[in-house]
Write a protein that binds this ligand. Structure first.
Ligand SMILES: [Zn+2]
Ligand SMILES: [Zn+2]
Length: 328
């Protein structure tokens, strides 16, 4: 077994710094506008950007911790640190959504004329453009490198953009129709949208913490190779795959003829592992070599495993039962 950890984890912390910079700039913009106008709305807007700053700093810490090398104390590394910041972002998004929903409902019940148009609106448009650009970068890099932390921070910033967009649309609709209730109605829709984003983040990071199996396309790439390598002499069973932050792991039992030397068996699993890593870059594979005719080899198949062969196929029975036990 070789370890793909070193080569497959480029440093992503500079993107957290980008997010920190965006938060600092938007805080400066909003407090500057507040100082000029004395508008309380702008001050609470600035408070929202402070939340972004806190989230970005937490993202930076999470990425730093996740990139720490494995040690005797943490033999598997600390890649799951990314899920903690993603969970926190999900919770922060929920709180933001709650504030928006409560305010919206309150304004639907007690309509009030809009305040803070003019400079307040202009500042939130500029802040939204900055957040929108940074969010797009974070989401793109986060997906490319499977970084939950960057994806979560990108989603968080994008909810701010959607919120500002909602304010603009609401103000525009009220200006067009004169119907005050449209503004809180749009805000309510924005709040619901943010709740959905927040719950997706919380669900995804919880699944990661619970060692969910790899995405279907990765499992398919792995099982395809194992099916291709299945012959009357060599079989596989008990495949388990899991994500751990940006890392992808697989464990599999490799069954080879009882008479093969350790040397030959090892050469075979090294070959298969190499193919798996070529198909799923950075995959960390651990294989367990077993004699194909020993019934004991078939008694250790983990309850939860990824099916290598289709359950209804002949190959499935072949891989789960020793040759003499075959029903066919
Ligand atoms: Zn080896
Ligand atoms: Zn086995």
């Amino acid at each position: 077994m070789q370890n793909g950890r070193v080569s497959s984890t480029p440093d992503l912390t500079r993107y957290a710094w980008l997010s920190i910079a965006a938060a600092v700039v938007t805080i400066a913009l909003k407090t500057g506008a507040w100082a000029l106008t004395g508008s309380v709305g702008l001050l609470s807007d600035a408070a929202e950007s402070v939340v972004n700053l806190v989230a970005a700093v937490v993202a930076l810490i999470a990425l730093r911790v996740a990139a720490l090398p494995a040690t005797g104390k943490y033999p598997y590394g600390r890649t799951k640190a990314e899920y903690f910041s993603a969970l926190l972002e999900g919770v922060m998004i929920f709180v933001a959504a709650a504030v928006i929903l409560v305010t919206a409902v309150e304004r639907i019940i007690h309509p009030r004329p809009l305040e803070n148009l003019g400079i307040g609106l202009a500042v939130s448009v500029v802040a939204a453009v900055i957040n929108g650009i940074v969010a797009t970068v974070l989401l793109r890099v986060g997906r490319a490198h499977r970084s939950m932390t960057l994806e979560a921070d990108g989603h968080h910033l994008m909810t701010d953009v959607v919120t500002s967009g909602g304010v603009l649309v609401g103000v525009g609709l009220v200006a067009l129709t004169g119907w005050q209730v449209l503004d809180p109605l749009v805000a309510f829709g924005v709040g619901i949208n943010i709740v959905i984003t927040g719950s997706k983040l919380i669900t995804d990071s919880t699944r990661g913490l619970l060692d969910i199996t790899l995405p279907a396309e990765d499992n398919e790439a792995i099982t395809r190779i194992l099916r291709e390598r299945t012959t009357p002499q060599t079989r596989f069973h008990g495949l388990q795959t899991r994500v751990s932050g940006r890392e992808r792991h697989a464990t599999v039992h490799v069954l080879v003829p009882d008479g093969w030397t350790v040397h030959r068996g090892h050469a075979f699993i090294e070959e298969v592992e190499e193919e798996l890593r070529a198909a799923v870059p950075g995959l960390i594979v651990l294989s367990h070599l077993e004699p194909i005719n020993d019934p004991a080899s078939y008694e250790d198949i983990p309850t939860g495993h990824v099916e290598i062969h289709r359950v209804d196929s002949e190959d499935h029975h072949v891989s789960e039962n020793p040759p003499e036990n075959r029903a066919e």
